[in-house]
Ligand binder design. Structure first.
Ligand code: HEM
Length: 197
């Protein structure tokens, strides 16, 4: 639970560090919600951080912390005209699924707007499954999203992020957790009027 969430936060910082327009929108929302205060984040604040929530979702689309999961078929089934017999081990590769251009046009582009309610309407519920789906899906997903938003709010209330690596320098490694072999390198610049902490 902590490793997946930490990886997800890391990916958000990387993506915002490459997408200044989206980062500006996050900062604008944080400033609206928190003003110039240093008070802790509350549950109500989390509800109001709607754009940040879309950022978190879009980052999990491009870099799902769990890039694949497996199932053993309990019964014969037919997938796209192919008969797949009972007992077969099936891999769902979330990393690839989330890059279907028919569902997510220009899939490599970071566009949090994809997750605005009006743009999510009608999307197949299994087209986006960073937390898996069905009876064995992630029990921690709501908690993970709250944790991500809280930590990101704490960092981004104080800092502007710049990413120092190109995508080809990440050294993506799809082990159980999707992580960059070379770490993520960012610069933090203190924001004006962000207090002393
Ligand atoms: C961004 C963060 C997270 C991601 C991307 C994530 C992703 C996933 C995925 C894809 C699965 C299903 C694997 C499968 O279908 O075989 C899963 C299962 C699970 N997750 Fe998470 N997870 C996250 C955070 C957490 C947290 C914070 C907790 C606990 C507080 C947690 C607890 C669990 C547990 C217990 C299962 C197994 C559920 C079962 O098998 O019935 N996860 N997670």
């Amino acid at each position: 639970g902590h490793d997946t969430t930490a990886a997800a936060i890391n990916w958000v910082l990387y993506l915002l560090g490459h997408n200044p327009e989206a980062q500006k929108k996050v900062h604008r929302e944080l400033d609206e919600v928190f003003g110039n205060t240093e008070r802790p984040v509350t549950m109500d604040d989390l509800k109001n951080l709607r754009y940040l929530e879309c950022v978190v979702k879009e980052a999990l689309r491009i870099f799902p912390s769990v890039p694949m999961f497996a199932r053993a078929l309990k019964e014969d089934c037919c997938i796209e005209g192919y008969n797949v017999p009972k007992g077969t081990n099936v891999l769902v590769i979330t990393y690839a699924l989330h890059r279907d251009p028919e569902i997510f046009p220009d899939p490599e582009e970071f566009r949090p707007e994809r997750f605005f309610p009006e743009n999510s309407k009608g999307r197949h519920p299994y087209a986006y499954v960073p937390f898996s789906a069905g009876p064995r899906n992630c029990i921690g997903q709501r908690f993970a999203q709250m944790e991500e938003k809280t930590l990101l709010a704490v960092i981004l209330r104080r800092f502007w992020v710049e990413s120092c690596q190109k995508p080809e320098e990440l050294g993506l490694s799809g082990e159980l957790i999707l992580r960059p072999n070379n770490g993520i390198w960012i610069k933090l610049k203190r924001r004006p009027n962000s207090g002393s902490k």
